[in-house]
Ligand binder design. Structure first.
Ligand code: ADP
Length: 496
């Protein structure tokens, strides 16, 4: 019986490998950063070979450090940065361009053209997404436009496309397997999330040959085998990082939700078998599910500036040297004294969608102290997340039953308590904060029999701390009212 599952967490700034045992204990972790390329303002690239090399190195490191035999690894699971786009030569295995990273804005013009051609509603209906350069479709088209002869070669099946999961699996299987999963496919803006197939109208609109696209499978399947020091290890789980985290938080049913409190925040609400079309600026996406069933859906929203507001106070305002200090200072005051910080540094996302909004500190009086400002910054993370929760509940007509929290800033107890208070929800933080890797491990372990099913996993999942709402309804309503007033003042500020 296999003893371990190896999760590969291929993120935007680093590749990590985490080894879990059957009891979900972390046996070892290895991590490597890789180069970020910014060839022009707003452009972001990675070197696909460096991505693979860094990921492979962490696999070897974690095996060596923990002193286990590769024969004891039951399966590999992959969680990956989403939307990042790689095109390579099927025969040589050489990328034909650098990976275009999800953050990259270079294809905004291509997306504007799709919108001008009247495809907005079609894209929303079929893919669940708001047309944006963020997703893979326009990035594929851009590379095919730029690299001489690429489109013709792609038509002949000589050039392949993959998101990072696909690329890693293709490399790990020695070019045998060209596959992705539903969660990653649902981020390409080319995938019909209802029919579960690539959409010919969108492929045609972007002139992307179907021949270059990977097969799309469930998130918990045996896709192929990786040679690890002479041992063939099944690759048996794939999910985009946010969907992996949702799964790693054991949100398996409609109404369950997780929020990852990082630089930005990513909130996903599981909506069961229903793909809701948002009226409030959220996107609809596919969740990781178990083998043999149709995959479930989620609504997703993000906060652009989450923990980054704490970084800003730390680095630009120089109010404290380390992010965790924010909790100490904010804890010195009972409230913000009526101060609100709206960190609309780059505009506001759902539910407001105002690219011209800018940051704002309001409600300042002669008695305002830095502790109030720090507290206001922490609270702003919770208020923005609360607005997403409200939008999700409006769209689905259902209540979020409880919120599972992870990410760096979820270590902040004051923030967690305020989130519980302002959203009137229980907020649970897990013992294992590596929820993304854990989700990938679950998917791979379920496909290969390490765990018998969702129930066994749920029983093994351990809560670190639960935050329950303590605030009275009147205070909550007043604070929310103040926040929305402040947000209203931040809108439409930058000159167009
Ligand atoms: P990412 O994966 O986006 O790089 P992390 O999950 O590592 O982010 O979280 C880092 C972010 O969380 C930073 O923006 C940092 O300022 C913030 N952060 C980390 N610890 C705390 C804390 N204890 N209180 C508030 N914010 C924190």
């Amino acid at each position: 019986m296999a003893k371990y599952i190896l999760a590969l967490d291929q993120g935007t700034t680093s590749s990590r490998a985490i080894l879990f045992d059957r009891a979900q204990t972390i046996i070892g972790v290895a991590q490597r950063e890789f180069t970020q390329y910014y060839p022009q303002e707003g452009w972001v690239e990675h070197d696909p070979m460096e991505l693979y090399a860094s990921q492979f190195a962490t696999m070897m490191e974690v095996i060596a450090q923990s002193g286990i035999s590769p024969a004891d690894i039951g399966a590999l699971g992959i969680a990956n940065q989403r939307e990042t786009t790689i095109l390579w030569d099927r025969v040589t295995g050489q990328p034909i361009y650098n990976a275009i990273v999800w953050q990259c804005r270079r294809t905004a013009g291509i997306v504007d053209q799709l919108v001008a051609d009247g495809l907005s509603d079609y894209i929303r209906d079929k893919t669940g997404l708001t047309p944006d350069a963020y997703f893979s479709g326009s990035k594929i088209a851009w590379i095919l436009d730029q690299v001489a002869g690429a489109r013709e070669r792609a038509r002949r099946g000589e050039i392949l496309f993959g998101t990072v999961d696909t690329w890693l699996i293709w490399k790990l299987t020695g070019g045998k397997t060209h596959v992705t999963d539903y969660t990653n496919a649902s981020r390409t803006m080319l995938f019909d999330i209802h029919k579960l197939d690539w959409d010919d109208t969108l492929l045609e609109a972007l002139d992307i040959p179907r021949e270059m696209l990977p097969q799309v499978w469930g998130s918990s399947e045996i896709y192929g085998y990786a040679e690890v020091q002479g041992v063939s290890v099944p690759i048996a789980g794939i999910a985009g990082d946010q969907q992996a985290a949702l799964f790693g938080q054991c949100c398996f049913e409609g109404g369950q939700a997780k929020n990852t409190y990082g630089t930005g925040c990513f909130l996903l609400m599981h909506t069961g078998d229903t793909a809701y079309r948002s009226q409030n600026g959220l996107i609809t996406t596919i969740c990781a599910g178990i083998s043999g069933l149709r995959p479930p859906y989620a609504l997703e929203g993000s906060v652009f500036v989450g923990g980054a507001s704490i970084q800003w106070l730390r680095d630009e305002m120089r109010l404290f040297p380390d992010s965790p200090d924010a909790e100490y200072h904010a804890g010195k005051v009972a409230d913000t004294g009526g101060v609100y910080l709206v960190p609309a540094f780059t505009g506001l996302g759902a539910p407001r969608w105002d690219m011209y909004a800018r940051g704002l500190l309001i409600g300042i009086t002669r008695g305002t102290r830095r502790e109030h400002v720090i507290r206001a910054a922490l609270e702003s993370i919770a208020y923005q997340s609360d607005d997403l929760i409200t939008a999700m509940e409006k769209d689905t007509g259902e209540q979020i039953t409880e919120l599972k929290a992870d990410g760096g800033a979820s270590r902040n107890g004051l923030l967690m308590q305020f989130q519980a208070d302002i959203s009137n929800k229980n907020v649970r933080r897990p013992k294992i904060s590596e929820t993304t890797a854990l989700g990938a491990a679950y998917l791979a372990g379920l496909a290969t029999g390490m765990w018998s099913g969702l129930e066994e996993i749920r029983q093994l999942w351990e809560c670190d701390e639960m935050f329950t709402p303590q605030m009275d309804e009147e205070t909550r309503a007043n604070l929310r009212h103040g926040w929305h007033k402040a947000v209203g003042r931040s809108l439409d500020w930058a000159e167009r």
